[in-house]
Ligand binder design. Structure first.
Ligand code: ZN
Length: 546
């Protein structure tokens, strides 16, 4: 007797193989049978009505580390057909926590991971082990695939110091990294454009990567720049990963800045060259031309020395302001100058703020904000940062649509929303966002498959499922196969569509009919069900040794 039988299914199994008609049988949390199940009884029958039945989507690049704690329903994911969120990206993560440096870690996360949600950031764990225990005791609606973020490791040992670590500090950091992999981290990430990632030496990255390689895990990086020197940044990234013998994963691959349009082709070539030599390299992308970051990310790195609080103090000073303006206008070698990547201040839009009196800024460009304030763009930025304690999110329109399409069309690219799980109701609705938080997966299926015809539906499903599962080395997930966990999405390939726009981002997509997470129905007839069946997905070492 089956628990669930899905009939009239057009099965796209996540391997890239052509779709075929069939039925899917589920017992408890596993797919037990695929094929003709007309003779099998089932407690629940789901009629797919000829729609696509695929593995649940894996969002390869999220920042849901705290949003899944604040609201475990993960509604923007469930409504998008996502059954697994990969967290800990870009070196930004919530563990381990050392008491003396806890405030520094909270400051670091405040701007990066909570955005402008009206919450008091609170970490209810200290060690990586207690963090995982917390997540297992408080599971969200989706599975969580945890990556170890390097930022908290450095803050743990060195705070926001820009010094090179002493041998003792290095060994302490490496011991923490090793412990995190023992607990089950699936990979390690850096955000070399953020602080303290920017202060991280090649040697630290190399030694951390060696540990990742030892556990059969990968190294994902938000490279030190994605603009002017992006080709050199990729070369350095490849170089260190190659020396460590680790699988390299480049996060949200792009060439940003209007001066760099065309460079994405070179990046793909660099990747193909080392792949031809036998190196394992993978990458992900989000299907939009604008990025999202915090307004504070426009500030040059020297302003952050000692932490975000120091930056907010420094930008009050007139002399410092002059230097910042000079740095933004002229650039600093090696620094990714977000503002300098945009043609004008019209390309930067305020997405969200935390203070009621500033909400009028949401949806307005820096130009418009400055006009309304009756000041110049720089003063508007400084004043807003100070008033909001740095907690302002922005979108920056700085990518070439043709290049985004080219990257997304690569057969081995995977897809990540680079967002946190959100909702249209409750706490997570109280912040605005980039449309990618609500539209990433369905935009790939509607715009890039159906409208632009860039690749087949089977290829799209593979980018969203089987490929990321392979790189993450997930246990029996990412493909529809007998014996695999029953993470399943049913969608209508003719109507599936993202609705989120820059002006109105908080809208669930259309055309996602049913979602199962570990054999539990989490979305039924397009409506979320009140269940929390997600699991923490650990690496092979932890699965075998715990
Ligand atoms: Zn990133």
């Amino acid at each position: 007797m089956l628990d669930i039988k899905i009939i009239n299914a057009k099965i796209i199994d996540g391997t890239g193989s052509p779709a075929y008609d069939g039925e899917v049988g589920i017992v408890e949390d596993k797919i037990t049978k695929i094929g003709d199940l007309s003779n099998e009884d089932a407690k629940t029958v789901i009629d797919a009505k000829g729609n696509v039945v695929a593995p649940g989507f894996i969002d390869m690049h999220t920042h849901s580390d705290m949003s899944l704690v604040y609201d475990r329903n993960a509604s923007s994911r469930i409504y998008s057909g996502v059954t697994t969120d990969v967290i800990g990206n870009c070196g930004i993560g919530v563990a381990p926590v050392k008491l003396e440096n806890k405030q520094l870690l909270l400051d670091y996360l405040g701007t990066r991971i909570v955005g402008s949600m009206p919450v008091e950031l609170e970490l209810k764990w200290d060690t990586y082990k207690s963090y995982f225990e917390y997540m297992e005791q408080n599971p969200p609606a989706v599975n969580v695939a945890p990556l170890l973020a390097q930022g908290p490791i450095r803050i743990y040992e060195m705070g926001f110091s820009k010094e090179e670590p002493t041998e003792e500090q290095l060994q302490n950091m490496l011991a923490e990294v090793e412990e995190c992999f023992k607990q089950g981290a699936l990979g390690v990430t850096t955000g070399l454009v953020y602080l303290p990632g920017e202060y991280t030496t090649r040697k630290e990255i190399l030694e951390i990567c060696k540990i990742a390689a030892k556990y059969g895990c990968f190294y994902a990086t938000h490279m030190r720049t994605e603009s002017d020197e992006v080709e050199q940044a990729l070369e350095e990234t490849i170089d260190v990963a190659k020396e460590a013998g680790v699988h390299l994963h480049v996060s949200h691959l792009k060439a940003m800045g209007y001066k760099n349009f065309g460079k994405a082709t070179n990046l793909i070539k660099q990747i193909r060259d080392v792949q031809d030599e036998g190196m394992e390299v993978s990458f992900d992308v989000y299907p939009y031309t604008a990025g999202m970051t915090s307004l504070s990310a426009l500030m040059p790195p020297w302003t952050f020395e000692g932490g975000v609080g120091n930056m907010l103090e420094r930008i009050k000073d007139e002399e410092n302001r002059k230097q910042i303006i000079k740095d933004i206008e002229e650039g600093i070698p090696g620094w990714q100058n977000f503002a300098g990547c945009c043609k004008t201040w019209d390309d930067i839009t305020i997405v969200s703020v935390t203070k009621e009196e500033d909400t009028w800024m949401e949806g307005k460009t820096i130009t418009q904000v400055a006009e309304q304030k009756g000041t110049d763009p720089y003063t508007a930025i400084f004043e807003t940062l100070i008033n909001e304690n740095g907690r302002v999110q922005i979108t920056t329109n700085f990518m070439d649509d043709k290049e985004v399409e080219m990257i997304l069309s690569q057969p081995d690219v995977m897809v990540g929303s680079d967002s946190m799980s959100l909702a249209t109701e409750g706490l997570l609705a109280k912040t605005s966002t980039h449309p990618r938080a609500f539209g990433t997966q369905t935009k790939v299926l509607s715009e890039y498959v159906r409208d632009r015809k860039c690749f087949s539906l089977e290829a799209a499903v593979r980018k969203l499922t089987g490929l990321p599962a392979e790189v993450l080395k997930l246990d029996r997930r990412g493909t529809l196969k007998e014996g695999n966990f029953a993470d399943v999405v049913i969608f209508n390939p003719d109507t599936v569509k993202d609705k989120a726009t820059y002006a109105n981002p908080k809208q669930y997509p259309e055309g996602i009919e049913t979602v199962l997470v570990n054999g539990v129905i989490a979305l039924e007839n397009g409506k979320q069900v009140n269940v929390l069946p997600g699991r923490l997905l650990k690496n092979e070492y932890a699965r075998k040794n715990q």
